[in-house]
Every structure is written in C-alpha cells, then in structure tokens.
Design a protein around this ligand. Sequence first.
Ligand SMILES: O=C(CO)[C@@H](O)[C@H](O)COP(=O)(O)O
Ligand SMILES: [Fe+2]
Length: 221
Amino acid sequence: MKLLAPSILSADFSILGQQIKEVEEAGADIIHLDIMDGRYVPNITFGPPVVESIRKITDLPFDAHLMIVEPEKYITDFIKAGVNMISFHMDATIHAHRVVDMIKSNDVKAGVVLNPATPVKTLEEIIHYIDYVLIMSVNPGFGGQKFIPQTAEKVKKLKLLMEKANRTDILIEIDGGVNQDNINYLSMLGVNIFVAGNAVFKGNIKENVVNLKRGMLGCLS
Ligand SMILES: O=C(CO)[C@@H](O)[C@H](O)COP(=O)(O)O
Ligand SMILES: [Fe+2]
C-alpha cells in the first residue's frame, strides 16, 4: 500500500479549506495534521476545533500526528473531532500501551513515532499492539526542514523487527523533508505512507501531488 499524506502545516491557513480541496482533487490519499503544543516541540499549531471544522470539507482520512506531552488528555477530543489515525511520541507519555488502547478502542488506527535519535528497538514491546510506525526524518516541530539521510536506515531496521514480531502488516510512515528527489528511494525501501508539507504546498499543488505520487508509485517517467 502506498499513500500520499500532505501535511497542512505548510498550507496557506487563510485559505485552508480551499487548499485541502485542491490536494484532494489532485489525488492525495490522507490529510496529515501536525498537532504541536509548544512543550513537546518548540512550536504551536492547532487543536480539535480546527480539526472539527475541516472535517466538514473532505472525506479523506485524517492522520493526527500528536507532538504534545500527555497525549492521553486529548485523544478523546481528537477522535470526536473526526480523526481516523493517531500517532504519538512514546517519550511524551508514561503509559504508551494505555494510550494505544485508548486510540484503538475507538476504532481509530494507532501509531507510534520515532524521532531521528530514537532507536527502532524501543518498539520491541509496543509493536504487538500498533497499526503503524511514523519515522521522523527531521526533528519534529517545523515544516520545510532538510531530510536526515540516516533516518532512512531505520526503515530497514523496522522491517526486520516487524518480521521478527510477525507483524509485517504494520504500515510504515515517513515524515519530514520528503520530496520529489527522495520519494522513489523511500518507496523502494518499503515506506507505505509519505507525509509531505513543503513539497506539496509550495508551488503548484496539483503538479506537486501528481509528481510525488508518480515517484511514490515508482514511475520514473
Ligand atoms: O511533523 C512534522 C514536523 O514536525 C511534519 O509533518 C512536517 O510538517 C512535514 O513538512 P515537510 O518537511 O514535508 O515540509
Ligand atoms: Fe508530522
């Protein structure tokens, strides 16, 4: 499965609804929502009321990437607002397993996030319970940063762990600095969900989505 998930963090918020429609019409598969609290990361974005409001304009799945401390406090609110997938950073909570349970008991997909310096082996126990892993390929907090090449190695390590745990069904998502130059390579490594902010919203949105999807699906022409 290969899916493109534009991150609205790089969208023009004065015409957010319009830009979401535009990526949808161009062929985006998922809308990626970067939720930042100014504590886990040095930036603040938006919360459940904004999600609830944009929920009305598209049926595309919403993928909430929670960069917040104590994510357990807000999971119910984001689910009520209409998200379909929620990922959180394990070091932002004391009880990661409980957080996964909270997410999944509401029929929402649960993912955990690895920062660039977080080893894949930290997933060894939680891997049995989750639906996807989000590999950060930049340090979380901002859009438009440069892809950190070493993070691609984690895809290989994660695939080995998935095999060992008999969980080859887990989806691998990559987030940060994904662009037309690296998406094909990442796809070949086995990434399933490609988050792209600047590479979608800067310039011609339709062309960007079409070109990223072409790279993602392996068509080099
Ligand atoms: O989670 C994050 C940043 O913390 C990302 O989702 C970025 O917002 C992706 O933006 P680009 O790196 O693709 O511009
Ligand atoms: Fe993100």
